[in-house]
Each structure stands twice: as C-alpha cells, then as structure tokens.
Design a protein around this ligand. Sequence first.
Ligand SMILES: [Zn+2]
Length: 50
Amino acid sequence: MNPIFQVVISTILRLKRTCPKCTESQIVPASKRLENVRCKFCGADIPPRK
Ligand SMILES: [Zn+2]
C-alpha cells in the first residue's frame, strides 16, 4: 500500500469518534482531538479517546 495513503487512513481513524449515546461515528477536527466534541447527530458530548 502507498505509505502516504496509510498515513492518511491512520489519521482519519484517530480522529474518528463514536458517540456513546447514539453510537454514530463522526470525524472530529484535529484541533479538537483532545477536547470534548458535540455529537452532530444527537448533541451529546463525546469525550476524547484515551
Ligand atoms: Zn450522538
């Protein structure tokens, strides 16, 4: 696999978060990586992945 493609995929996977309330997945901005984000589907706060 193209190494650049692998970096892109791993970055996306790291930014992907699953809402604990509605279990929808969404990509959060890299700048919000360490913060709670609001679920765009149900409005619940999603904590950063440990
Ligand atoms: Zn949600």
